[in-house]
Ligand binder design. Sequence first.
Ligand SMILES: Cc1cc2nc3c(=O)[nH]c(=O)nc-3n(C[C@H](O)[C@H](O)[C@H](O)COP(=O)(O)OP(=O)(O)OC[C@H]3O[C@@H](n4cnc5c(N)ncnc54)[C@H](O)[C@@H]3O)c2cc1C
Length: 303
Amino acid sequence: MPVTPEQQAEIDAQRAMRHQTARATVPGMEAHLYEAKPVLDHGFIRVIDYMGDDNAITQAARVSYGKGTKSVQNDEGLIRYLMRHWHSTPFEMCEIKLHVKLPVFVARQWIRHRTANVNEYSARYSILDREFYIPAPEHLAAQSVINNQGRGEALQGDEAARVLEFLKADSNRAYDHYEEMISEDGQQGLARELARMNLPANIYTQWYWKVDLHNLFHFLRLRADSHAQYEIRVYADAICDVVKDWVPFAYGAFEDYRMGGAQLSGRGVECLRRMLSGEEVTQETSGMSKGEWREFMAIAKPN
Ligand SMILES: Cc1cc2nc3c(=O)[nH]c(=O)nc-3n(C[C@H](O)[C@H](O)[C@H](O)COP(=O)(O)OP(=O)(O)OC[C@H]3O[C@@H](n4cnc5c(N)ncnc54)[C@H](O)[C@@H]3O)c2cc1C
């Protein structure tokens, strides 16, 4: 269960509260505030707070560029210009604070993004819940044969059932032992900070994660991408759904230039020009490695 009835009551109370403010607020974002959006089997993301909007980005840009921004008349055009030219600091004027519940192995990938502020649930201080990520059958995939860092077709039949059984039984057995070790019934009870070490990486943890929009876009570029592991990608996708309601112009520019756009090397640009002028260019004549060529062709001539 992503949120308990007590947590839901707390969320409802937070959502019912109203404060008067002279600060800029965004109706689309106000609608998301505090609400837990389910991700995976027990996880969620929820917006705890935010600062800034599309206007905060253009305001900051107009301070730094002064009269130079006059040539770009509207806010959307200016935001697209900033994104296109990698002028990132105006995007740092917006911030978001999320409460995230996620499996530990997803948290390990997530925490690699160092440009954020984090406070995690303490398993030294508190007892972790018996909540483990068990993939849905369609996500119980075999090892990919073409990508060591990827997965292939979903497991079927007996193999799928056996793997699911391992995952469930191992998680529960580890948790039973965790509970037994910390129990103070007729024994001293092992410290929580030590007992937790036998828990598997699919147990859920929680944290508050605060990040500015520039670094959030960097995170989303990498983690909402098809190369990211499914289990972190679904969190990134859920965050994208929030961000598009928060800063629609900035998100639109991000989608266009970063998610939908492509980056070419100098050789790539040269090859593209040769191809456009009618020349038959091959990997051998391109000056690119096989890997580079494959990635280049996926941009230049998909399928
Ligand atoms: C598909 C995928 C596969 C991956 N596989 C692996 C793997 O096999 N093994 C592994 O270890 N990691 C792996 N990673 C993690 C990856 O290498 C990065 O650590 C992670 O994506 C965070 O990126 P970042 O450092 O750019 O982000 P952040 O830490 O958020 O930093 C954002 C930007 O800030 C700047 N910055 C931050 N800190 C510093 C610093 N100390 N010095 C200089 N500049 C800084 C950099 O410009 C950086 O790009 C993988 C990531 C992805 C998306």
